[in-house]
Design a protein around this ligand. Structure first.
Ligand code: C2E
Ligand code: CA
Ligand code: CA
Length: 811
């Protein structure tokens, strides 16, 4: 008897400590529950062992308490399953109170048992466990209660366990709950068997065995987890020692594991915060919700006044029911990298600020000059363009390109070619067909370049319409030349972009290392010179030569001479009288044409110097000289009493790019005190369409001054009446090119007639340039031409000659 009691107690200790060990090695709620089960069973076994030592002298109340406790322990799975159930109480908050009501029958049964067990000392003394059955036989009420309660007990356990299976969101715990249910079913089955007469004699042994069997089934699964836990321990050891910090969080973002370097990366108060919720660590730099998703982000941690930048990579885990299980977070220290980046960003920021400042200065300057919105608009467009530059084509910027080229040179490259490729008239395209259209053209060209040259080149969009291409792997110079030709041919094929009829023109220049320069800058500038040459000669590609350089030197030399001559006022106007067709063909106006009164060469034709002056900008000085001289001559005519006349001066395209010309003219008119209606400005088509918005603004302002505006050389460039409609102009000067062939080609005569008609429709005055003979004059007269300029009537002459010959207005 003492041995059986002892065995009971030993068994109890084994079960309790085994499950305690399991729980200790893997602290989770399920293991906690199993430990609780095992502890209850052990307690029951101890009580059982104790009760086996009792005899008939034992007082009633002891037996009664003992019996009730044992029974309570026996049936304790209900409250335990509840405990399991309430692990998920957060999700079951609404049903919480109702669930507690289920405990009422349990408590009720214990009270009934306590009351009736007063009558049943004997069973214990028989040392069998089946005393309940004896009571069953004695009291009908007790019998009813115990049967009802047993059924309730089994059913409610099943229901509870199933509801856990159903509602639990964690796949692992779901699995456990299912196993619990199955084990419970087995246990219930065994209990029934044990109460059959066949086994009742052995129930003393079988009942504890049965209970422990139930628990052991669970622990088998636990064992499996334990093995896994051991493997993970090895893994965690490895993880612990990696340089990168690792953190593992559960579905509530509670930190479950962190590697050693995690403690290095984060101050301890941070780590403690994370134990409650890792999202605290990310400190509002990353949304809490983001943890549900995989992400890679940079965060900043400030600890003890020290900034630390971390790259965080999160991978979230989901079970097969797509329930979030937790995340593994990886942290990499990128403080150094970030600081470098911040530095370069700062210098970028400084540059940008500089640019903004410059822009601000520019804006101020312009405001002084214009005070109009239109001007700002034009500027903004250009600023946008600069900003957008490289993002459009995905090519390198200027600095990167130069660096790249220098690298190639430094790498002792044998051959290197720089191609400078300019898309012509891009500005005009943007103005006429729209900004986006212009960008599409740029993009198209950049794609063609990439396609033609393949991978072994560096490409940069150097300026808004210029590309630089560095080619390193070629056999001979002709190959590069052919490549560029190839680009030209491909571009020619694009006849339609965005439903616009297009003809994209490119001009390119090539310079070759080492012949044409030893550094990136030399090569680039020489390729640019070659490109200018191509542009000038209307060619697709020109290879740099020493001649080009010589020409450029020559140009600069001449330009210096021009500037010197300007200081000495060697540029003087010759005036060519213009007649109005009609009664006596009277003189209506005079065009001022520049002549260089050269100290050695004498009177020199503008063909010798205008080109250079326009390219270098010194034309501005020449214009100033002619403008002032002409204004003073206008004043003379005014003083002589003439009113119906005009003097025109030529304004070159380059002068139409800013408002200086406006100020200059306004000032000249004011200084000489002339009537602005006596002054006419000749503007060529090419100059007009450089920037339509700006030109419109400039011309409107000039117009507002009261001066007269005419389009010179009409028909040589775009010949588009479309834009003419919108410009404040008064006259078309039809180019000599249309006049020369009069009477030789019927088709051309038709075109000329059409031009005259169209300009009349636009209510513009018409003038024919370079009329040299009677036939031309008669034709023009018959077809409604209004003004004639040409050697047929007068050649350009000095103002003195006009006075001398009395070629006054109206004569
Ligand atoms: P343009 O503005 O088209 O001036 C007309 C040119 O045609 C003048 O040549 C004039 O002398 C010439 N011409 C006039 N009638 C006849 C004719 O019946 N037959 C022929 N063959 N030629 C005729 P010029 O003075 O030599 O000027 C040439 C070009 O130089 C001008 O063409 C103009 O583009 C430019 N130019 C002249 N002076 C200035 C100036 O002060 N400023 C600017 N920006 N350009 C100027
Ligand atoms: Ca002219
Ligand atoms: Ca002309």
């Amino acid at each position: 008897m003492e041995i059986i009691s002892l065995l009971n107690i030993i068994y109890a200790i084994i079960i309790a400590s085994y499950h305690f060990f399991i729980y200790n090695s893997n602290e989770n709620d399920i293991n906690k529950l199993i430990l609780a089960f095992a502890s209850l069973l052990s307690l029951w076994l101890i009580l059982q062992g104790y009760s086996l030592t009792l005899d008939f002298e034992t007082d009633e109340i002891t037996i009664r308490i003992l019996s009730s406790i044992q029974l309570a322990l026996n049936f304790s799975t209900i409250p335990l399953t509840y405990y399991l159930f309430f692990l998920y109480k957060e999700r079951k908050k609404s049903k919480k109170k109702f669930n507690k009501l289920i405990l009422i029958p349990y408590v009720f049964f214990l009270i009934v048992h306590f009351y009736y067990s007063t009558d049943i000392k004997t069973p214990i003394l028989y040392r069998k466990i089946g005393y309940d059955l004896e009571i069953l036989a004695e009291s009908q009420f007790y019998s009813f209660v115990i049967i009802a309660y047993s059924v309730f007990y089994i059913l409610s356990n099943f229901i509870l366990l199933f509801s856990i299976v159903k509602e639990n969101k964690s796949s692992r715990e779901k699995k456990y709950a299912l196993r619990f249910t199955l084990s419970f079913a087995v246990e219930a089955f065994l209990i029934v068997i044990m109460y059959t007469p066949l086994f009742s004699d052995y129930s003393l042994i079988l009942v504890p065995l049965n209970f422990s069997f139930f628990i052991f089934i669970m622990s088998i699964f636990m064992n499996k987890d334990l093995v896994l836990a051991n493997i993970s321990e090895v893994l965690f050891n490895i993880l612990d020692n990696t340089e990168q910090a690792i953190a593992i969080v559960d579905s509530n973002f509670i930190l479950k594991y962190n590697s050693r370097s995690f403690n290095k990366y984060f101050p301890s108060d941070y780590v403690n915060k994370c134990k409650k919720d890792i999202s605290k660590l990310l400190e509002s730099q990353i949304d809490r919700e983001a943890l549900y998703m995989d992400f890679n982000e940079n965060i900043r941690i400030d600890s003890n006044g020290e900034k630390r930048y971390l790259f965080v990579s999160n991978s979230s885990n989901y079970d097969k029911w797509f329930q979030y299980e937790g995340s593994v977070l990886l942290f990499k220290n990128i403080t150094k990298l970030t600081e470098q980046k911040v530095e370069s960003n700062e210098s970028l920021e400084a540059q940008r600020e500089n640019l903004l400042k410059k822009e601000e200065e520019l804006r101020e300057l312009n405001q002084n000059l214009t005070r109009t919105l239109v001007m700002n608009h034009a500027l903004e467009n250009r600023y946008e363009e600069i900003k957008e530059n490289d993002s459009l084509t995905g090519t390198l910027n200027k600095e990167a390109f130069i660096k790249g080229v220098n690298k190639i040179i430094d790498s002792k490259a044998k051959k290197l070619a720089i191609v400078n490729l300019k898309i012509r008239d891009i500005k005009t395209m943007k103005d006429i067909q729209g900004y986006n259209f212009g960008n599409t053209v740029i993009k198209t060209v950049s794609d063609i370049i990439k396609e033609e040259f393949g991978r072994f080149v560096i490409i940069s969009r150097y300026a808004s319409e210029t590309f630089l291409i560095a080619v390193a792997n070629f056999k001979n110079n002709d190959e590069v030349y052919e490549n560029v030709k190839g680009i030209y041919e491909k571009i020619k094929e694009y006849r339609n972009i965005e439903n616009y009829e297009t003809s994209i023109k490119i001009s390119s220049g090539i310079s070759i290392f080492p012949d044409h320069g030893q550094s990136a800058m030399d090569l680039i500038s020489n390729s640019e010179l070659a490109m200018y040459q191509a542009e000038e000669e209307d060619k697709s590609v020109v290879v740099f030569t020493e001649e080009i350089l010589k020409e450029i030197h020559e140009m600069h030399r001449l330009n210096n001479e021009i500037l010197e001559a300007c200081k000495r006022a060697e540029f003087i106007p010759f005036y060519q009288p213009i007649i109005r067709i009609g009664e006596g063909n009277p003189i209506r106006s005079y065009e001022a044409l520049a002549r260089w009164d050269h100290p050695i060469k004498g009177i020199t034709s503008p063909y010798f110097f205008i080109g250079v002056a326009e390219r270098t900008g010194s034309i501005r000085e020449i214009t100033s000289l002619l403008l002032n001289k002409t204004c003073s001559n206008i004043k003379k005519f005014e003083e002589m009493g003439y009113d119906d006349f005009r003097f025109s001066i030529n304004i070159s395209p380059i002068e139409l790019k800013d408002l200086n010309i406006f100020t200059k003219i306004e000032k000249a008119i004011g200084e000489h005190g002339i009537n602005p209606k006596h002054l006419e400005l000749e503007i060529t088509e090419r100059g007009l369409i450089f920037d339509l918005n700006f030109t419109l603004h400039l011309l409107s302002r000039l117009k507002a001054l009261g001066v007269y505006i005419s389009i010179d050389d009409f028909g040589t460039a775009f010949s588009s009446f479309n834009y003419l409609k919108n410009l404040p102009i008064d006259k078309l000067k039809i180019d000599k090119g249309f006049i020369d062939p009069i009477g030789t080609d019927e088709k051309r005569d038709m075109i000329l007639k059409a031009i005259i008609d169209l300009s009349k429709n636009l209510e513009l005055e018409t003038l024919a340039e370079g009329v040299e003979d009677e036939k031309q004059f008669e034709f023009l007269k018959d077809n409604g031409m209004e003004y004639i300029q040409g050697y047929y009537f007068y050649k350009p002459m000095p103002f003195e000659e006009i006075l001398e010959k009395e070629l006054y207005p109206g004569c």
